[in-house]
Design a protein around this ligand. Structure first.
Ligand SMILES: Cc1cc2nc3c(=O)[nH]c(=O)nc-3n(C[C@H](O)[C@H](O)[C@H](O)COP(=O)(O)OP(=O)(O)OC[C@H]3O[C@@H](n4cnc5c(N)ncnc54)[C@H](O)[C@@H]3O)c2cc1C
Ligand SMILES: *[C@@H]1O[C@H](CO)[C@@H](O)[C@H](O)[C@H]1NC(C)=O
Ligand SMILES: *[C@@H]1O[C@H](CO)[C@@H](O)[C@H](O)[C@H]1NC(C)=O
Ligand SMILES: *[C@@H]1O[C@H](CO)[C@@H](O)[C@H](O)[C@H]1NC(C)=O
Length: 421
């Protein structure tokens, strides 16, 4: 009997509880062949804090028709719409269409608060003195292209604003809530969850290499004996950690910092995502570069997410060991607050860092079978800056590959692991 025939019993292990692993778990469990109880799905996540502790919990969350690669985006965007409709994504994970534009201008000096926590009230009274006469505001809005409802950047600091895409081409999710929801829905449909760190994928060479399961170190106090779990299929979705398990994968990690800001109560932050180019005045971030480009995401969950540039800090042993450089977070805070009184009056909530999985030779992600290493091994990683957007398309393709024996929803030949392995 062929081990990859569509009807054989399948024991499927997913390595990694980021957005790719968790969304794939839901698509596998939603596949018609899963309902017939001819398959088991087990997701193993290394973080002691649970799922979505890496990039998937700390990303911006744009879902865009103009993302890349197109063959994945075409499936993913419509799947995001379907998931949001089917599972109440608006309430559950903050799904909404959003305005998105590039904003260019200058920052202005402002009173520093030190930690940014708890000083909102004081700064608010300071801001009142900076109000502009509304006529001047509307004039400068027109000439810069700044939309009338974009109420949280200063018109007088704006040089230009241009929308990045037509209305309806850009949406957003709260990536942590999305990933958590995917896993909860998958577990409701019968997916198993193990808290543990996979140390190897086990391969039997007899009759051609094929996977037999994984070895992992469970996260249970007193149980540091390695365990093995048998499998017919192993899906590697370990993000920037993937090459620690399959070393021939050309994946590197780029660290990126981000913060979230909770606006002062009563402040409404209009739904915009801004890709900024800010010329900093002297006095703001005196030691850093003079031109910076943080991304700023208004979210429906009463928070604003802001992220800065990447760096090449090495990928640590696990996601729990990622080091947050407080100065990097402080820079992001100063940069975004230099263009917005509304952000200045808010309170910094999270200061965090994560690793983006990047294909070092370009052309990510890597999605498909890795038969040259072992039959039954499937790679789903290297999504660079579009893993939130492209998770549903990846999940659909991988679920088809495992359950039906081939990818039907798109032609993903360009993404095949055999390019590298
Ligand atoms: C600042 C920033 C902003 C971003 N904004 C966007 C955006 O707006 N839109 C968008 O589409 N994308 C965005 N991204 C990209 C997106 O975050 C990533 O592409 C995506 O999260 C990758 O998901 P993943 O599941 O592959 O990896 P991860 O989220 O890193 O998940 C991998 C998981 O595998 C686990 N793991 C690793 N090794 C093991 C092991 N040995 N055993 C068990 N588990 C293991 C890890 O602990 C981790 O939980 C952004 C990224 C960054 C950094
Ligand atoms: C991992 O183990 C620790 C200690 O026993 C526990 O506090 C934690 O909740 C566990 N994590 C998960 C995700 O189960
Ligand atoms: C993606 O969809 C667009 C619009 O439907 C289509 O023009 C394009 O050819 C598709 N691209 C790929 C690579 O499938
Ligand atoms: C979605 O969830 C919200 C609250 O979580 C609830 O009020 C609403 O009725 C739900 N909508 C649907 C269609 O289930």
């Amino acid at each position: 009997m062929s081990s990859d025939s569509a009807s054989a019993v399948k024991n499927i292990i997913i390595i990694g509880g980021g957005i790719i692993g968790c969304t794939t778990a839901l698509y596998l469990a939603s596949h018609p062949r899963f309902a017939g109880a001819s398959a088991t799905v087990t997701l193993i996540e290394a973080s002691k804090q649970g799922i979505a502790q890496g990039a998937s919990g700390k990303a911006g969350g744009l879902v865009a028709k103009w993302a890349y690669p197109k063959e994945l985006v075409n499936v993913s965007f419509q799947e995001h719409v379907r998931l949001a409709n089917e599972y109440n994504g608006t309430d559950r994970w903050g799904w909404r269409f959003v305005n998105c534009g590039s904003w260019e201008g200058r920052g202005e000096p402002f009173a520093q608060s030190g930690t940014g926590v708890g000083a909102g009230g004081k700064r608010k009274s300071l801001e009142k003195t900076l109000g502009l006469d509304p006529d001047a505001t509307s004039k400068s809005r027109k000439s810069t292209g700044l939309p009338d409802d974009l109420n949280w950047v200063k018109p007088e600091l704006t040089e230009s604003y241009s929308p990045m895409a037509a209305a309806g081409a850009t949406a957003q999710v709260h990536p942590y809530l999305f990933t958590k929801s995917m896993m909860e829905l998958a577990q409701e449909k019968g997916v198993n969850y193990i808290s543990g760190k996979v140390t190897s994928i086990n391969v039997d060479q007899s009759g051609g290499p094929h996977v037999t399961g994984v070895t992992y170190t469970p996260n249970e106090s007193g149980a540091d004996e390695p365990q093995t779990l048998p499998a017919t299929h192993v899906i590697l979705a370990a993000g920037a950690w993937s090459p620690k398990i399959v070393s021939s994968l050309p994946i590197v990690g780029t660290r990126a910092h981000s913060i979230t800001i909770v606006p002062q109560s009563g402040t409404t932050i209009a739904p915009y995502v801004l890709f900024t180019e800010i010329a900093l005045p002297s006095g703001v971030a005196p030691k850093g570069p003079r031109h910076v480009s943080p991304e700023i995401y208004a979210r429906p969950t009463n928070e604003v997410y802001c992220c800065g540039p990447g760096d090449d800090s090495p990928v640590p042993e696990t996601v729990d060991d990622v080091v947050v450089d407080q100065e990097a977070c402080e820079s992001i805070r100063e940069h975004v607050m230099s263009i917005s009184a509304e952000l200045r009056a808010g309170t910094v909530d999270r200061r965090q860092a994560c690793f983006l999985p990047v294909v070092s030779v370009g052309g990510g992600p890597i999605v498909g079978p890795a038969d040259t290493i072992a039959k039954g091994l499937i790679i789903a990683t290297g999504h660079t800056c579009w893993g939130i957007c492209n998770a549903p398309g990846t999940a659909k393709a991988v679920a088809e590959l495992v359950m039906d024996g081939k990818i039907k929803c798109a032609n993903l030949d360009k993404l095949r692991p055999s390019r590298f392995l």
